[in-house]
Write a protein that binds this ligand. Sequence first.
Ligand code: GDP
Ligand code: IMO
Ligand code: MG
Length: 432
Amino acid sequence: MKVDVILGLQWGDEGKGKIVDVFTPSYDIIARFQGGPNAGHTIEFDSGKFVLHTIPSGIFHQKTLNIIGNGVIIDPFILMKEVSMLKDAGIQAHNNLLISRRAHLILPSHRLLDAALETAKGNAKIGSTLKGIGPTYTDKSARCGLRVGNITEHDFNTRYNQLKLVHFDLLRFYGFDLKNYRIDGLLFDEYEENWFQSIRNITEFRIIDSEQIINRSLDEGKSVLAEGAQGTMLDVDFGSYPFVTSSNTTSSGVCSGLGLSPHRIGNIYGVFKAYCTRVGSGPFPTELKDETGELLRKKGNEFGSTTGRPRRCGWLDLPALKYAIMLNGINNLIMMKTDVLDDLKEIMVCTNYKAGNSILTEFPFDLSSETLKPEYQVFAGWNRTITDKTSFQELPPELIAYIKYIEDSGGLPVDMVSVGPDRVQTIRKTPL
Ligand code: GDP
Ligand code: IMO
Ligand code: MG
Protein backbone atom coordinates (compact mmCIF):
# COMPACT_ATOMS: atom_id res chain seq x y z
CA MET A 1 0.00 0.00 0.00
CA LYS A 2 1.03 3.60 -0.54
CA VAL A 3 0.46 6.77 1.40
CA ASP A 4 -1.90 9.27 -0.18
CA VAL A 5 -1.36 12.94 0.57
CA ILE A 6 -3.61 15.96 0.94
CA LEU A 7 -1.90 19.33 0.97
CA GLY A 8 -2.49 23.02 0.27
CA LEU A 9 -1.39 24.64 -2.99
CA GLN A 10 -1.66 28.30 -1.98
CA TRP A 11 -0.89 30.29 1.19
CA GLY A 12 -2.73 27.98 3.59
CA ASP A 13 -6.36 27.78 4.72
CA GLU A 14 -7.42 26.16 1.45
CA GLY A 15 -9.82 23.84 3.27
CA LYS A 16 -7.47 20.90 3.90
CA GLY A 17 -9.17 20.01 7.19
CA LYS A 18 -12.57 19.66 5.56
CA ILE A 19 -11.23 17.44 2.77
CA VAL A 20 -9.21 15.20 5.11
CA ASP A 21 -12.39 14.68 7.14
CA VAL A 22 -14.34 13.84 3.97
CA PHE A 23 -11.66 11.32 2.88
CA THR A 24 -11.19 9.73 6.31
CA PRO A 25 -13.80 6.94 6.02
CA SER A 26 -11.67 5.46 3.21
CA TYR A 27 -8.45 5.33 5.29
CA ASP A 28 -7.17 3.37 8.31
CA ILE A 29 -4.67 6.03 9.40
CA ILE A 30 -4.50 9.83 9.07
CA ALA A 31 -1.09 11.34 9.83
CA ARG A 32 0.05 14.96 10.15
CA PHE A 33 3.64 15.31 8.91
CA GLN A 34 4.74 18.90 9.53
CA GLY A 35 3.86 22.25 11.06
CA GLY A 36 2.39 22.83 14.48
CA PRO A 37 -0.41 24.80 16.06
CA ASN A 38 0.09 27.57 13.53
CA ALA A 39 -2.37 25.41 11.57
CA GLY A 40 -6.10 25.83 12.02
CA HIS A 41 -8.09 23.13 10.23
CA THR A 42 -11.86 23.55 10.28
CA ILE A 43 -14.32 20.69 10.07
CA GLU A 44 -18.08 21.18 9.93
CA PHE A 45 -20.83 18.57 10.15
CA ASP A 46 -24.23 18.11 11.79
CA SER A 47 -24.32 21.87 12.52
CA GLY A 48 -21.12 21.60 14.58
CA LYS A 49 -17.86 23.39 13.81
CA PHE A 50 -14.45 22.32 15.10
CA VAL A 51 -11.02 23.87 14.60
CA LEU A 52 -8.02 21.56 15.03
CA HIS A 53 -4.47 22.83 15.40
CA THR A 54 -2.33 19.77 16.10
CA ILE A 55 -4.66 16.78 16.00
CA PRO A 56 -5.20 15.27 12.54
CA SER A 57 -8.57 15.97 10.94
CA GLY A 58 -9.55 12.30 10.94
CA ILE A 59 -10.30 12.34 14.68
CA PHE A 60 -14.07 12.53 14.17
CA HIS A 61 -14.14 9.01 12.75
CA GLN A 62 -13.64 6.57 15.62
CA LYS A 63 -12.44 3.70 13.40
CA THR A 64 -9.47 5.64 12.02
CA LEU A 65 -6.14 6.02 13.82
CA ASN A 66 -4.75 9.55 13.92
CA ILE A 67 -1.00 10.03 14.19
CA ILE A 68 0.95 13.16 15.01
CA GLY A 69 4.15 12.42 13.09
CA ASN A 70 7.79 13.18 13.89
CA GLY A 71 7.84 16.24 11.58
CA VAL A 72 5.15 18.00 13.61
CA ILE A 73 6.01 20.31 16.49
CA ILE A 74 3.74 20.15 19.53
CA ASP A 75 2.74 22.70 22.12
CA PRO A 76 1.43 20.40 24.89
CA PHE A 77 -0.80 23.15 26.31
CA ILE A 78 -2.51 23.75 22.95
CA LEU A 79 -2.75 20.01 22.26
CA MET A 80 -4.47 19.40 25.60
CA LYS A 81 -6.89 22.24 24.95
CA GLU A 82 -7.86 20.47 21.72
CA VAL A 83 -8.24 17.17 23.54
CA SER A 84 -10.59 18.78 26.05
CA MET A 85 -12.54 20.59 23.30
CA LEU A 86 -13.10 17.20 21.67
CA LYS A 87 -14.05 15.63 25.00
CA ASP A 88 -16.73 18.29 25.46
CA ALA A 89 -18.10 17.18 22.08
CA GLY A 90 -18.15 13.54 23.21
CA ILE A 91 -14.97 12.46 21.42
CA GLN A 92 -12.29 10.64 23.43
CA ALA A 93 -9.08 11.42 21.53
CA HIS A 94 -7.19 8.91 23.74
CA ASN A 95 -8.88 6.08 21.84
CA ASN A 96 -7.42 6.82 18.42
CA LEU A 97 -4.68 9.45 18.73
CA LEU A 98 -1.03 8.39 18.69
CA ILE A 99 1.96 10.68 19.07
CA SER A 100 5.47 10.25 17.68
CA ARG A 101 8.18 10.25 20.31
CA ARG A 102 10.37 12.09 17.80
CA ALA A 103 8.07 15.11 17.49
CA HIS A 104 9.66 18.25 18.94
CA LEU A 105 8.15 20.28 21.76
CA ILE A 106 7.32 23.96 21.60
CA LEU A 107 8.48 25.40 24.92
CA PRO A 108 6.82 28.44 26.51
CA SER A 109 10.05 30.36 25.89
CA HIS A 110 9.85 29.52 22.16
CA ARG A 111 6.59 31.47 22.12
CA LEU A 112 8.33 34.47 23.72
CA LEU A 113 11.18 34.26 21.24
CA ASP A 114 8.74 34.21 18.33
CA ALA A 115 7.22 37.45 19.64
CA ALA A 116 10.63 39.04 20.29
CA LEU A 117 11.91 38.19 16.80
CA GLU A 118 8.78 39.56 15.16
CA THR A 119 9.02 42.83 17.11
CA ALA A 120 12.70 43.13 16.22
CA LYS A 121 11.83 42.84 12.51
CA GLY A 122 9.61 45.93 12.70
CA ASN A 123 7.95 46.60 9.34
CA ALA A 124 9.57 43.52 7.86
CA LYS A 125 7.76 41.21 10.31
CA ILE A 126 6.48 37.93 8.91
CA GLY A 127 3.10 38.10 10.57
CA SER A 128 3.83 34.87 12.43
CA THR A 129 0.98 33.19 14.30
CA LEU A 130 3.17 33.64 17.42
CA LYS A 131 2.90 29.96 18.26
CA GLY A 132 6.67 29.54 18.54
CA ILE A 133 7.04 27.78 15.18
CA GLY A 134 10.22 29.47 13.89
CA PRO A 135 12.20 29.20 17.14
CA THR A 136 11.20 25.55 17.69
CA TYR A 137 12.24 24.43 14.21
CA THR A 138 15.42 26.51 14.68
CA ASP A 139 16.27 24.54 17.82
CA LYS A 140 15.43 21.28 16.04
CA SER A 141 17.95 22.11 13.29
CA ALA A 142 20.46 23.43 15.82
CA ARG A 143 20.19 20.07 17.57
CA CYS A 144 19.19 21.40 20.96
CA GLY A 145 15.42 20.84 20.91
CA LEU A 146 13.41 18.66 23.26
CA ARG A 147 11.24 15.85 21.95
CA VAL A 148 8.16 14.03 23.19
CA GLY A 149 10.34 10.99 23.93
CA ASN A 150 12.43 13.07 26.35
CA ILE A 151 9.48 13.86 28.62
CA THR A 152 9.78 10.69 30.71
CA GLU A 153 13.59 10.79 30.91
CA HIS A 154 15.14 11.62 34.28
CA ASP A 155 16.94 14.75 33.07
CA PHE A 156 13.98 16.33 31.25
CA ASN A 157 13.62 19.22 33.70
CA THR A 158 17.36 19.94 33.64
CA ARG A 159 17.39 20.04 29.84
CA TYR A 160 14.26 22.17 29.82
CA ASN A 161 15.85 24.69 32.20
CA GLN A 162 19.10 24.79 30.23
CA LEU A 163 17.26 25.59 27.01
CA LYS A 164 15.02 28.11 28.75
CA LEU A 165 18.09 29.94 30.07
CA VAL A 166 19.53 30.20 26.56
CA HIS A 167 16.20 31.59 25.37
CA PHE A 168 16.05 34.07 28.24
CA ASP A 169 19.55 35.33 27.36
CA LEU A 170 18.35 35.93 23.81
CA LEU A 171 15.19 37.63 25.08
CA ARG A 172 17.29 39.99 27.19
CA PHE A 173 19.39 40.75 24.11
CA TYR A 174 16.20 41.76 22.29
CA GLY A 175 15.08 43.85 25.29
CA PHE A 176 11.92 41.74 25.57
CA ASP A 177 9.40 42.61 28.29
CA LEU A 178 9.37 39.19 29.93
CA LYS A 179 7.39 40.27 32.98
CA ASN A 180 4.29 41.57 31.25
CA TYR A 181 4.01 39.53 28.03
CA ARG A 182 1.03 37.19 28.03
CA ILE A 183 0.91 33.88 26.19
CA ASP A 184 -2.69 32.99 25.37
CA GLY A 185 -3.75 35.42 28.11
CA LEU A 186 -1.40 34.02 30.75
CA LEU A 187 1.78 35.45 32.23
CA PHE A 188 4.89 33.34 31.61
CA ASP A 189 4.96 31.57 34.99
CA GLU A 190 1.26 30.70 34.79
CA TYR A 191 1.63 29.44 31.23
CA GLU A 192 4.68 27.40 32.19
CA GLU A 193 2.78 25.77 35.06
CA ASN A 194 -0.04 24.80 32.70
CA TRP A 195 2.50 23.62 30.14
CA PHE A 196 4.08 21.23 32.66
CA GLN A 197 0.66 19.88 33.61
CA SER A 198 -0.01 19.28 29.90
CA ILE A 199 3.35 17.52 29.52
CA ARG A 200 2.19 15.04 32.15
CA ASN A 201 -1.10 14.59 30.29
CA ILE A 202 0.70 13.84 27.04
CA THR A 203 2.27 10.76 28.58
CA GLU A 204 -1.23 9.30 28.98
CA PHE A 205 -1.40 9.00 25.19
CA ARG A 206 0.19 6.22 23.20
CA ILE A 207 3.68 7.55 22.44
CA ILE A 208 4.99 5.64 19.45
CA ASP A 209 7.73 5.26 16.87
CA SER A 210 5.37 6.51 14.19
CA GLU A 211 7.74 5.65 11.33
CA GLN A 212 7.64 1.98 12.41
CA ILE A 213 3.86 1.88 12.87
CA ILE A 214 3.15 3.59 9.56
CA ASN A 215 5.57 1.47 7.50
CA ARG A 216 4.33 -1.72 9.16
CA SER A 217 0.71 -0.74 8.61
CA LEU A 218 1.40 -0.22 4.91
CA ASP A 219 3.06 -3.65 4.72
CA GLU A 220 -0.07 -5.12 6.30
CA GLY A 221 -2.23 -3.56 3.58
CA LYS A 222 -3.60 -0.68 5.64
CA SER A 223 -4.38 2.64 3.97
CA VAL A 224 -2.70 5.84 5.13
CA LEU A 225 -3.49 9.47 4.33
CA ALA A 226 -0.94 12.21 5.12
CA GLU A 227 -2.42 15.59 6.07
CA GLY A 228 -0.46 18.70 5.19
CA ALA A 229 -0.56 21.98 7.06
CA GLN A 230 -0.03 25.51 5.68
CA GLY A 231 0.40 25.67 1.91
CA THR A 232 2.99 25.39 -0.83
CA MET A 233 3.58 29.14 -1.03
CA LEU A 234 4.54 29.04 2.68
CA ASP A 235 7.13 26.26 2.18
CA VAL A 236 10.45 27.24 3.75
CA ASP A 237 12.36 26.43 0.52
CA PHE A 238 9.93 27.27 -2.26
CA GLY A 239 7.45 29.71 -0.73
CA SER A 240 7.62 33.49 -0.77
CA TYR A 241 10.72 33.51 1.47
CA PRO A 242 11.24 34.99 4.04
CA PHE A 243 7.46 35.33 4.42
CA VAL A 244 6.97 31.61 4.93
CA THR A 245 6.66 29.12 7.73
CA SER A 246 9.61 27.03 8.97
CA SER A 247 8.83 23.60 7.55
CA ASN A 248 8.55 21.88 4.17
CA THR A 249 4.86 22.03 3.45
CA THR A 250 5.31 20.34 0.06
CA SER A 251 5.02 16.61 -0.62
CA SER A 252 8.73 16.02 0.12
CA GLY A 253 7.87 16.85 3.74
CA VAL A 254 5.80 13.66 3.92
CA CYS A 255 8.94 11.49 3.66
CA SER A 256 10.96 13.30 6.33
CA GLY A 257 7.91 14.09 8.48
CA LEU A 258 6.67 10.50 8.70
CA GLY A 259 9.77 8.42 7.99
CA LEU A 260 8.68 7.16 4.58
CA SER A 261 10.56 6.36 1.41
CA PRO A 262 9.52 8.33 -1.70
CA HIS A 263 8.54 4.91 -3.11
CA ARG A 264 5.77 4.82 -0.54
CA ILE A 265 3.98 7.93 -1.80
CA GLY A 266 0.77 7.30 -3.72
CA ASN A 267 -1.82 9.79 -4.88
CA ILE A 268 -1.16 13.45 -4.07
CA TYR A 269 -4.26 15.62 -3.84
CA GLY A 270 -3.79 19.38 -4.14
CA VAL A 271 -6.36 21.56 -2.43
CA PHE A 272 -6.90 25.13 -3.62
CA LYS A 273 -9.49 27.84 -3.25
CA ALA A 274 -11.39 29.10 -6.31
CA TYR A 275 -9.69 32.40 -5.45
CA CYS A 276 -6.72 33.18 -3.19
CA THR A 277 -6.10 34.26 0.37
CA ARG A 278 -3.09 34.97 2.51
CA VAL A 279 -2.81 35.81 6.20
CA GLY A 280 0.26 37.60 7.51
CA SER A 281 2.77 39.68 5.57
CA GLY A 282 4.54 39.08 2.29
CA PRO A 283 3.94 39.45 -1.43
CA PHE A 284 0.57 38.49 -2.88
CA PRO A 285 0.48 39.30 -6.62
CA THR A 286 -3.30 38.97 -7.13
CA GLU A 287 -4.36 40.71 -3.91
CA LEU A 288 -7.53 42.82 -4.11
CA LYS A 289 -7.42 45.84 -1.86
CA ASP A 290 -10.83 47.04 -3.05
CA GLU A 291 -14.49 46.24 -2.42
CA THR A 292 -14.25 42.94 -4.33
CA GLY A 293 -11.56 41.82 -1.88
CA GLU A 294 -13.83 42.92 0.95
CA LEU A 295 -16.73 40.99 -0.58
CA LEU A 296 -14.65 37.79 -0.80
CA ARG A 297 -13.55 38.23 2.82
CA LYS A 298 -17.11 38.69 3.99
CA LYS A 299 -18.77 35.99 1.91
CA GLY A 300 -15.89 33.54 2.48
CA ASN A 301 -15.66 34.38 6.18
CA GLU A 302 -11.96 34.89 5.60
CA PHE A 303 -10.70 35.35 9.13
CA GLY A 304 -7.83 33.22 10.45
CA SER A 305 -8.87 29.96 12.14
CA THR A 306 -5.89 30.25 14.50
CA THR A 307 -5.48 33.96 15.11
CA GLY A 308 -8.78 35.49 13.95
CA ARG A 309 -6.87 37.95 11.74
CA PRO A 310 -8.63 39.08 8.55
CA ARG A 311 -7.23 37.19 5.58
CA ARG A 312 -6.06 39.14 2.55
CA CYS A 313 -8.12 38.11 -0.50
CA GLY A 314 -7.43 38.10 -4.23
CA TRP A 315 -8.02 36.32 -7.54
CA LEU A 316 -6.87 32.82 -8.36
CA ASP A 317 -3.18 32.85 -9.30
CA LEU A 318 -2.45 30.25 -11.99
CA PRO A 319 1.34 30.75 -12.22
CA ALA A 320 1.53 30.03 -8.47
CA LEU A 321 -0.90 27.10 -8.79
CA LYS A 322 1.10 25.56 -11.64
CA TYR A 323 4.34 25.98 -9.65
CA ALA A 324 2.67 24.23 -6.71
CA ILE A 325 1.43 21.38 -8.93
CA MET A 326 4.99 20.88 -10.21
CA LEU A 327 6.68 21.04 -6.80
CA ASN A 328 4.29 18.56 -5.20
CA GLY A 329 3.72 16.21 -8.12
CA ILE A 330 -0.02 16.67 -7.76
CA ASN A 331 -2.26 14.00 -9.32
CA ASN A 332 -5.68 15.44 -8.57
CA LEU A 333 -6.99 18.90 -7.86
CA ILE A 334 -9.70 19.77 -5.35
CA MET A 335 -11.31 23.20 -5.65
CA MET A 336 -12.68 24.77 -2.47
CA LYS A 337 -14.98 27.62 -1.54
CA THR A 338 -16.45 27.79 -5.02
CA ASP A 339 -19.73 29.12 -3.58
CA VAL A 340 -17.92 32.24 -2.38
CA LEU A 341 -17.86 33.41 -6.01
CA ASP A 342 -21.63 32.87 -6.46
CA ASP A 343 -22.60 36.55 -6.56
CA LEU A 344 -19.81 37.90 -8.76
CA LYS A 345 -20.69 39.20 -12.22
CA GLU A 346 -17.13 38.71 -13.40
CA ILE A 347 -14.35 36.53 -12.10
CA MET A 348 -10.71 37.18 -12.93
CA VAL A 349 -7.90 34.69 -13.08
CA CYS A 350 -4.22 35.57 -13.21
CA THR A 351 -2.84 33.69 -16.22
CA ASN A 352 0.69 35.10 -16.32
CA TYR A 353 3.11 37.37 -14.55
CA LYS A 354 4.74 40.17 -16.49
CA ALA A 355 8.03 41.83 -15.64
CA GLY A 356 8.37 45.01 -17.71
CA ASN A 357 7.10 44.01 -21.15
CA SER A 358 7.94 40.36 -21.01
CA ILE A 359 5.80 37.50 -19.83
CA LEU A 360 7.63 35.30 -17.35
CA THR A 361 7.88 31.70 -18.45
CA GLU A 362 9.09 30.46 -15.09
CA PHE A 363 7.96 31.15 -11.54
CA PRO A 364 10.05 34.08 -10.28
CA PHE A 365 12.41 34.31 -7.28
CA ASP A 366 10.87 37.61 -6.23
CA LEU A 367 7.10 37.95 -6.09
CA SER A 368 6.97 41.58 -4.97
CA SER A 369 4.75 44.00 -6.84
CA GLU A 370 7.62 46.38 -7.72
CA THR A 371 8.93 43.88 -10.23
CA LEU A 372 5.90 41.88 -11.16
CA LYS A 373 2.50 42.58 -12.73
CA PRO A 374 -0.21 39.93 -13.03
CA GLU A 375 -2.09 39.52 -16.32
CA TYR A 376 -5.73 38.51 -16.06
CA GLN A 377 -8.38 36.67 -18.03
CA VAL A 378 -12.00 37.53 -17.30
CA PHE A 379 -14.68 34.87 -16.81
CA ALA A 380 -18.44 35.35 -16.61
CA GLY A 381 -19.88 34.72 -13.16
CA TRP A 382 -22.77 32.26 -12.67
CA ASN A 383 -24.85 34.51 -10.43
CA ARG A 384 -26.72 31.79 -8.61
CA THR A 385 -26.39 29.75 -5.48
CA ILE A 386 -24.52 26.46 -5.78
CA THR A 387 -24.40 25.48 -2.10
CA ASP A 388 -27.19 22.91 -2.58
CA LYS A 389 -25.73 21.26 -5.67
CA THR A 390 -24.67 17.62 -5.37
CA SER A 391 -23.30 16.67 -8.79
CA PHE A 392 -21.08 18.13 -11.52
CA GLN A 393 -24.05 17.88 -13.92
CA GLU A 394 -25.99 20.42 -11.84
CA LEU A 395 -23.23 23.03 -11.84
CA PRO A 396 -23.86 26.16 -13.96
CA PRO A 397 -22.13 26.23 -17.38
CA GLU A 398 -20.11 29.34 -16.44
CA LEU A 399 -18.62 27.43 -13.53
CA ILE A 400 -17.92 24.39 -15.70
CA ALA A 401 -16.05 26.72 -18.10
CA TYR A 402 -14.07 28.14 -15.16
CA ILE A 403 -13.14 24.63 -13.98
CA LYS A 404 -12.26 23.51 -17.52
CA TYR A 405 -9.87 26.46 -17.90
CA ILE A 406 -8.12 25.59 -14.64
CA GLU A 407 -7.89 21.93 -15.67
CA ASP A 408 -6.39 22.85 -19.05
CA SER A 409 -3.90 25.27 -17.48
CA GLY A 410 -2.85 22.91 -14.69
CA GLY A 411 -2.88 19.84 -16.93
CA LEU A 412 -4.86 17.95 -14.31
CA PRO A 413 -8.47 17.11 -13.53
CA VAL A 414 -10.41 18.95 -10.85
CA ASP A 415 -11.92 15.88 -9.21
CA MET A 416 -13.79 17.57 -6.42
CA VAL A 417 -15.55 20.85 -5.97
CA SER A 418 -16.50 22.13 -2.54
CA VAL A 419 -19.63 24.28 -2.42
CA GLY A 420 -19.92 25.01 1.30
CA PRO A 421 -18.15 24.40 4.61
CA ASP A 422 -20.14 21.31 5.59
CA ARG A 423 -18.83 17.80 5.04
CA VAL A 424 -21.77 17.04 2.76
CA GLN A 425 -21.24 20.08 0.54
CA THR A 426 -18.60 18.28 -1.50
CA ILE A 427 -19.12 17.23 -5.10
CA ARG A 428 -17.02 14.41 -6.55
CA LYS A 429 -16.57 13.75 -10.23
CA THR A 430 -16.03 10.06 -9.52
CA PRO A 431 -16.54 8.18 -6.25
CA LEU A 432 -13.38 7.55 -4.16
P1 GDP B 1 -7.35 24.63 6.29
O1 GDP B 1 -6.38 25.32 7.19
O2 GDP B 1 -6.79 24.39 4.93
O3 GDP B 1 -7.94 23.39 6.88
O4 GDP B 1 -8.56 25.68 6.09
P2 GDP B 1 -9.26 26.57 7.24
O5 GDP B 1 -10.11 25.69 8.07
O6 GDP B 1 -8.26 27.41 7.94
O7 GDP B 1 -10.10 27.57 6.36
C1 GDP B 1 -11.07 27.14 5.48
C2 GDP B 1 -12.38 27.79 5.90
O8 GDP B 1 -13.32 27.69 4.84
C3 GDP B 1 -13.05 27.12 7.09
O9 GDP B 1 -13.77 28.08 7.81
C4 GDP B 1 -13.99 26.13 6.42
O10 GDP B 1 -15.11 25.79 7.24
C5 GDP B 1 -14.43 26.91 5.22
N1 GDP B 1 -14.76 26.12 4.03
C6 GDP B 1 -14.19 24.99 3.56
N2 GDP B 1 -14.70 24.65 2.36
C7 GDP B 1 -15.62 25.59 2.07
C8 GDP B 1 -16.47 25.82 0.95
O11 GDP B 1 -16.49 25.08 -0.04
N3 GDP B 1 -17.28 26.92 0.99
C9 GDP B 1 -17.30 27.77 2.05
N4 GDP B 1 -18.11 28.81 2.00
N5 GDP B 1 -16.49 27.60 3.11
C10 GDP B 1 -15.66 26.53 3.12
P1 IMO C 1 -3.19 26.11 7.86
O1 IMO C 1 -2.64 24.72 8.10
C1 IMO C 1 -2.42 30.24 6.77
C2 IMO C 1 1.43 31.94 8.00
C3 IMO C 1 1.40 33.03 9.07
C4 IMO C 1 2.63 33.82 8.67
C5 IMO C 1 3.60 32.74 8.22
C6 IMO C 1 4.58 32.31 9.27
O2 IMO C 1 -4.36 26.44 8.69
O3 IMO C 1 -3.37 26.32 6.40
P2 IMO C 1 4.38 30.88 11.50
O4 IMO C 1 3.46 31.00 12.68
O5 IMO C 1 4.32 29.58 10.82
O6 IMO C 1 5.79 31.26 11.85
O7 IMO C 1 3.88 32.01 10.48
O8 IMO C 1 2.80 31.64 7.82
N1 IMO C 1 0.75 30.69 8.40
C7 IMO C 1 -0.44 30.30 7.91
N2 IMO C 1 -1.30 30.93 7.08
N3 IMO C 1 -2.69 29.00 7.24
C8 IMO C 1 -1.83 28.36 8.03
O9 IMO C 1 -2.00 27.07 8.39
C9 IMO C 1 -0.65 29.03 8.45
N4 IMO C 1 0.38 28.70 9.26
C10 IMO C 1 1.23 29.73 9.20
O10 IMO C 1 0.23 33.80 8.98
O11 IMO C 1 2.34 34.63 7.55
MG1 MG D 1 -6.25 27.04 8.37
